[in-house]
Design a protein around this ligand. Structure first.
Ligand code: ADP
Ligand code: MG
Ligand code: MG
Length: 209
């Protein structure tokens, strides 16, 4: 169970993690994109961090929807609308709820992925954030189906996301700016897959405290 107070703490940690990794994400994007992924993400999540104090008493749906709208309105570049849509879809699963149970969490994750797909039309193996998120979802589902704890499930999801990040080094980009490089994108790690992993890891670290 994730209470709304825990959700706010998770978001706070995501914001901090993105800030700490801003240069790292930007370096990855310099190699195969336009070198702004860290900057884009940090701009969005700094704005989210500033909204969190006003969300202390709100339900999980409002917290996530505000996060979504903030990302959509502040992040330029592909990642803003994609992550914004992901948070927006996740928010609608927990409208009016003060806590998120494991079934909600799975449904939120699935809806978030579907939102990214419907917005960006990427497939598995196109070297995008989805290559971290799909394996993370599968691992989360397997862990929850097997009655593991939330902590164990998030750990499994985080590890699977990291595996997905490694996998992006081996494949050619089909979507996003990196696709302009074609074969030359092989050998490089996808920035968006990396930010997805970092966000999941921040969520896991918050629960694991
Ligand atoms: P931009 O490419 O517009 O500068 P960012 O650098 O912030 O935006 O984000 C780049 C990341 O966005 C990529 O590393 C990739 O993971 C993700 N991305 C790009 N296009 C898509 C898409 N169509 N579907 C899913 N993810 C995408
Ligand atoms: Mg970029
Ligand atoms: Mg850009």
């Amino acid at each position: 169970m994730i209470t709304q107070a825990m959700l706010i703490e998770i978001l706070e940690n995501i914001c901090k993690t993105i800030e700490e990794n801003m240069s790292y994400l930007t370096e990855l994007d310099i190699a195969i994109g336009d070198g702004d992924h860290g900057i884009n993400m940090n701009k969005g999540f700094t704005a989210v961090l500033n909204k969190l104090p006003s969300l202390q008493d709100k339900d999980c749906g409002v917290i996530l929807k505000t996060t979504a709208m903030t990302l959509i309105s502040t992040v330029g570049g592909a990642s803003g609308p994609l992550y914004g849509t992901a948070f927006l879809k996740a928010s609608s699963v927990v409208n009016g709820k003060m806590e998120i149970n494991n079934t909600d969490l799975l449904e939120m994750f699935n809806s978030a992925i579907q939102g990214i797909v419907s917005r960006g039309h990427a497939n598995k193996g196109d070297k995008t954030m989805l290559d971290a998120l799909y394996p993370a979802y599968d691992a989360l589902k397997e862990a929850i189906d097997n009655n593991n704890t939330l902590k164990e499930a998030l750990q499994a999801a985080t590890e699977a996301a990291l595996g997905g990040v490694e996998y992006t080094k081996t494949i050619k980009a089909i979507r996003g700016r990196a696709s302009y490089l074609g074969e030359r994108s092989i050998g490089h790690q996808d920035p968006g897959a990396t930010s997805s992993y970092l966000m999941l890891n921040a969520a896991y670290n918050t629960i694991n405290k």
